[in-house]
Design a protein around this ligand. Structure first.
Ligand code: TRP
Ligand code: SF4
Length: 412
């Protein structure tokens, strides 16, 4: 597969930037999950190096007593990822709790994170309000955005695709990274290592680099910085760690150990639940990704519509009807025009209006059902995929932890 068809053959392709995202295991996913997040995960696989994980510890921050369903929830969810087209050949899929490194980074970051940063995260008070039936006055619940920061930072992710509601967590992650780099950014032997890296460049480049560095630190200038930095990029003999070191050496900042990620909010058209409220298993208004076709038909046919259409002859307004929101996601322009005209003139009945939605959902689900079938009949394969993904993630997580321990003076 060629991800960058416009790259001329004589240039080395740029390493793909890393994307990281996680989902709490809540069991089989529904259409709201697919259109709100999963579809986007599938799309990003072509463009980025994607790491997707099951955030099972995160589920425990609110549902710590639910040990009987967790395993089933994890596998049902992963099967839906695979069914939707998350491709284990292209994306790294793994389970958080299989990587104690996440917990180690969480612990180390916790030491220097002010309580106020966590208390001020908007989801903290919101969720306590919303989940009144649970006792969320726990240490784990307060700390969970920091656990999320550890999840992200341990993979040095460039981008984190999340819903708007999670923006504040990515913002916290950035602050935590900045603080860490400020406190521990300079390796104890930074200058020696940086000078050794300069020696790995060609003689001419090394000389030009040293001259550029001195000039830049005395007088600054973006252009000089760019020109000197180009010497690092052009030097094939340097490892990634050396490049980073030289970057810090040039700027006079030391080595950035943790990377500030960016939240990625892609435009998604939200699919509401059958009653127009947010789709959620617990509200009983959801259609599962792997819902039986007959059940899809039954659920859509029973969906409430514009209450003004009491009789078939009463005109309605699509804006007051949840079915219209399904058309927004599933229908093409001519169909939508047919709905608007038909609804406002009482030219069509509601069951008639719903049929294209039923057809579109069933069509969308067919390949999911087919792929899921393959995994359901061979659960070993799912275990194997997670095994491979976990080991791939571990390689990266271990390397970061080595750097973190060393930066914090813990590498004895
Ligand atoms: N907190 C996220 C949620 O509740 C899940 C999550 C955990 C996550 N760690 C993450 C998302 C890291 C993105 C990146 O939905
Ligand atoms: Fe809703 Fe369609 Fe009925 Fe109008 S015709 S109320 S859009 S289901």
């Amino acid at each position: 597969m060629n991800d960058a068809p416009n790259t001329p053959l004589n240039t080395t392709p740029k390493p793909r930037q890393r994307v990281l995202s996680g989902m709490r295991p809540t069991g089989a996913l529904h259409l709201g999950h697919y259109h709100g997040a999963l579809k986007n995960w599938v799309r990003m696989q072509g463009e980025y190096e994607c790491f997707y994980f099951v955030a099972d510890w995160h589920a425990l921050t609110t549902h710590y007593e639910e040990r009987s369903v967790m395993e089933r929830y994890v596998y049902d969810m992963v099967i839906d990822w695979l069914a939707a087209g998350v491709d284990p050949e292209r994306a790294t899929i793994f389970i958080q709790s299989r990587l104690p490194e996440h917990a180690e980074l969480f612990t180390l970051l916790a030491m220097g994170t002010p309580l106020g940063w966590l208390e001020r995260v908007p989801t903290y008070k919101d969720q306590i309000e919303k989940l009144k039936d649970r006792d969320l006055a726990t240490y784990g619940f307060l700390g969970y955005p920091l656990l999320q920061a550890a999840d992200i930072l341990i993979y040095k992710a460039a981008f984190v695709p999340v819903g708007e509601d999670q923006s504040s967590h990515v913002e916290l992650t950035r602050e935590v990274a900045r603080r860490f780099n400020h406190l521990y950014g300079r390796e104890a032997d930074f200058d020696t290592l940086a000078q050794a890296a300069v020696k790995k460049m060609s003689k001419a480049d090394a000389k030009a680099f040293e001259a550029g560095r001195k000039d830049f630190q005395q007088s600054g200038g973006e252009e000089l910085l760019a020109r000197t930095r180009a010497l690092i990029d052009g030097s094939g003999a340097l490892s990634a760690a050396d490049r980073e070191r030289l970057e810090g050496y040039l700027r006079g900042t030391g080595k950035a150990i943790l990377h500030e990620p960016q939240a990625l909010h892609t435009e998604v058209r939200k699919l509401p639940g059958l009653d127009g409220a947010k789709m959620s298993k617990s509200y009983g208004n959801a259609i599962a990704m792997r819902e039986e076709p007959a059940e899809v038909e039954r659920k859509i046919r029973r969906m409430p519509t514009d209450p003004k259409r009491v009789r078939r002859t009463d005109p309605g307004n699509p804006e007051d009807c949840p079915v219209w929101q399904f058309h927004q996601v599933y229908s093409d322009v001519p169909t939508k025009e047919w709905v608007v005209t038909g609804c406002t003139t009482a030219g069509i009945g509601c069951l008639e209006c719903k049929q294209p939605v039923i057809d579109a959902i069933q069509r969308e689900q067919a390949p999911w059902r087919e792929r899921a079938e393959k995994y359901l009949s061979n659960p070993k394969q799912v275990h194997w995929i997670l095994e491979v993904g976990t080991e791939r993630a571990r390689t990266v997580a271990r390397e970061t932890m080595r750097e973190v321990r060393s930066a914090m003076g813990l590498s004895y």
